[in-house]
Design a binder for this molecule. Sequence first.
Ligand SMILES: *[C@@H]1O[C@H](CO)[C@@H](O)[C@H](O)[C@H]1NC(C)=O
Length: 406
Amino acid sequence: MGKVVLLFLCMVLVVVSLACADSIEKLEVQKHLKNLNRPPVRSIKSPDGDVIDCIHVSHQPAFDHPDLKNHKIQMKPNFHPEGHPFGESKVSSNSKPITQPWHQNGRCPDGTIPVRRTKKDDMLRASSVQHFGKKKDRSFPQPKPAKPLPDIISQSGHQHAIAYVEGDKYYGAKATINVWDPKIQQPNEFSLSQMWILGGSFGQDLNSIEAGWQVSPDLYGDNNTRLFTYWTSDAYQATGCYNLLCSGFIQINSDIALGASISPLSKYSSSQYDISILVWKDPKEGNWWMQFGNDHVMGYWPAPLFSYLSDSASMIEWGGEVVNSESDGQHTSTQMGSGHFPEEGFGKASYFKNIQIVDGDNKLRAPKDLGTYTEQDSCYNVQTGSAGDWGSYFYYGGPGRNPNCP
Ligand SMILES: *[C@@H]1O[C@H](CO)[C@@H](O)[C@H](O)[C@H]1NC(C)=O
């Protein structure tokens, strides 16, 4: 008799504690969602299923950052690096400008910024509320296979095909990036094409500013190609996130939403489209600014976010990254770039062109001694070149799994 009662009580206890844990998690998700999705001045439904909220510029998450409590927002950069203006290529690329689908249904008023609304499902796909919007593991393209930490690269299963410069002080970087819609094999994998502005050594305190396009079913719930930014000041551990998913980046632009889809996309043996991204440091205030295309100054990463980058960057990387989860014991067939190897060239392989760095005189110039790096060139590869209109450029990418990459 006593045993039955005890068993019953224990069962009740188990059910109650499970229910409690569940409620606590639900509350946490709600709280985090409320913090990310600020009260909008206007909301715009995008044809791709996103909702874009127009948030007052002073209500964005950045101002919750403990180091930005008394920060005075800069509504425009007081400095632009000198050099060639963006050379939208007249011959080879299509001249249709890149837009975002939500523009079809409205615009954000002056004084507001467009923010992609985070859905509950977006957050539930993350391993925890704390991990939402952050990179899952400490993986970074460290283009020195023989040097420290190669284990991190191979263990985490991230694969890269990149070009890079190091050995100098860099105050910014620029590139025009071909835009595609690579296929993703597993929902937990992604494919991105971006530049990295890196400060410090490849240790626990690596500083990184990143911008480009990505396809990430895990982060966004679909296979759309999206504009993104990322930052960290501790090698992807506690600080930083994608887009505006934590306090950090300050957006001032009312036309372009970070994390929103971009179109049109390039097609194999057909029209090619690209985006230009410039990141540079304001020598006076120390903030790192970002510009999208010719017209869109997006905003800035305030100087107090960083340690090493508060002086300068020590390395710049441009290129692609995918996750190879090898779920079935074979290499993933997730594509990088167009999914085709560099050898195929224009219209078929994806490219970065007019890649430049900002030097110590705050001038844009072609990088000297561009290196390349890839973990497995039979899966994804990179090939550099230099010519006329295209300045310093490279083709990169590949199909992943194929007879030479089993
Ligand atoms: C993304 O694409 C993969 C294969 O290309 C497909 O299996 C998957 O269902 C797609 N995911 C979504 C959310 O559309």
